[in-house]
Write a protein that binds this ligand. Structure first.
Ligand SMILES: [Zn+2]
Ligand SMILES: [Zn+2]
Ligand SMILES: [Zn+2]
Ligand SMILES: [Zn+2]
Ligand SMILES: [Zn+2]
Ligand SMILES: [Zn+2]
Length: 439
């Protein structure tokens, strides 16, 4: 009774999962069943049937065979677990375990063929393929030439876009040593590295190219050096200049700011251009001139004569010493009537003779820049038809008395602008008067 009852229960369990119980199995816990749908037979445990997890192995095998064929494969054996099978690639005949789901979706490739492809690509790139890399996109390679090992992207190897980092680093290190630097870390981008100066220990980023060319200087030390040089020259660095050889300096003495070449500061050859121009203006004014523009070089300026308004380039030194004349006026005066003159000049401390030639003696005397208390007395004035003749005559008399003249440096005390040359002691008055009257 009990047996009959159990038998009926097993039949009902089989029916509910699409099976028909046919008979006994290999042991008391197994039975033989018929799949109602495909009519294939199979042996299953009673427990498996009760759980409902039975599938037709024959149908499944058939399905996997069909899927494999569609994917260019042949099932040749089991896999490491029920989800895997061993397949043979119809094309290359390589055998490989693949997940059955991957075969269904076509998500697989022949690893052996792929490995051979990578190997031949490595070979073409003069590399040896050693093993896997950090991701599926990388492999570990050895450079045939330098024997260094490195992980490289397989795509990089294919395109030939790779270099031996160790060799590069060795080269960079050698270059930095040659430049007096120590390579300490990477830089802000691939072009830069951070270096330490062996001498001063300061750190700075340079491009590898700068290091290779030896174009490296410590900015901190350079700044310090410029500051020291500036101080020694009476200057203070206050800003950059128009080139890397220039800086803007403050002149400690006058407070003017100006761009100067650092080399000039180093050599101590700096003067305040603003003050210098001011000085030139003062000197020009004292000489009856006005600075109106630059000259052909640093030693010249263009001046305007206050009296005749003519403009002319004159050496600043000549303006300072009074050794200049207005060329235009001079040119005109040569062909106009002129005079040779001798005047006596007397101040509270000194008395002397001034000898010369001029179209207008009174105007000429005004240009001497004499002290306010100077008394001027005409000793003799001899007229000539032209300035040229007057000048010739004047020169011939100077020739005779050249070594008796008063020293010009001394006469500048009185002749503050012009005429300090060709001054004579008062005791030559008689002789000079005679000479002028004679000829
Ligand atoms: Zn079946
Ligand atoms: Zn293959
Ligand atoms: Zn290398
Ligand atoms: Zn330094
Ligand atoms: Zn100044
Ligand atoms: Zn003139």
């Amino acid at each position: 009774m009990k047996n009959q009852h159990t038998q009926n229960k097993h039949k009902a369990e089989a029916k509910s999962v699409g099976l028909t119980l046919l008979g006994p199995g290999r042991t008391s816990r197994y039975r033989t069943y018929l799949f109602n749908e495909c009519e294939h037979k199979g042996e299953f445990s009673l427990q498996l049937v009760r759980r409902g997890s039975v599938r037709c192995g024959i149908c499944q095998k058939q399905k996997l065979r069909v899927e494999a064929t569609a994917a260019g494969l042949t099932v040749v054996g089991p896999g490491k677990n029920k989800d895997y099978r061993t397949y043979r690639f119809n094309k290359c005949q390589h055998e490989l375990e693949i997940h059955t789901g991957s075969v269904r979706k076509g998500h697989f490739r022949c690893k052996k063929c792929f490995h051979e492809k990578l190997k031949s690509e490595a070979d073409a790139a003069d590399l040896a393929l050693l093993g896997p890399g950090k991701t599926v996109h990388y492999r570990t390679y050895r450079f045939n030439e330098c024997r260094h090992e490195q992980e490289i992207e397989t795509a990089g190897v294919r395109k030939g876009v790779f270099r031996c980092r160790q060799c590069i680093n060795e080269k960079l290190e050698a270059e930095s040593i040659a430049a007096g630097l120590t390579l300490i870390s990477p830089g802000k981008n691939a072009l830069y590295r951070t270096y330490r100066f062996n001498e001063c220990k300061h750190e700075r980023e340079f491009t590898v190219d700068q290091v290779r060319k030896g174009e490296v200087r410590c900015g901190i030390c350079q700044k310090r050096k410029l500051r020291v040089e500036a101080t020694a020259a009476g200057l203070t660095v206050v800003g950059p200049g128009k080139t890397r050889h220039h800086r803007t300096y403050l002149f400690d003495e006058c407070g003017h700011e100006q761009e100067v070449e650092t080399g000039q500061v180093r050599a101590g050859e700096v003067r305040c251009g603003i003050c210098q121009e001011q000085k030139l203006r003062v000197e020009a004014a004292a000489a009856g001139l006005a600075v109106v523009g630059p000259g052909k070089d640093a030693r010249y300026r263009t001046y305007r004569f206050n009296q005749c308004r003519h403009k002319q380039e004159i050496q600043v030194g000549a303006v300072r010493s009074g050794h200049f004349i207005c060329n235009m006026c001079e040119e005109t005066a040569r062909d106009l009537p002129s005079n040779v003159y001798l005047v006596k000049i007397k101040t509270s401390s000194f008395e002397w003779l001034k000898f010369g030639y001029a179209g207008n003696v009174d105007e000429r005397v005004k240009q001497y820049g004499l002290p306010a208390d100077a008394e001027v007395t005409t000793v003799i004035v001899r007229p000539f038809d032209t300035g040229r003749e007057a000048h010739e005559f004047e020169k011939s008399i100077h020739g005779i008395y050249a070594n008796r003249g008063l020293p010009p440096e001394q006469m500048r005390k009185f002749h503050t602008i012009t005429g300090f040359e060709e001054c004579y002691p008062i005791d030559l008055m008689g002789k000079l008067s005679e000479e002028i009257k004679m000829l």
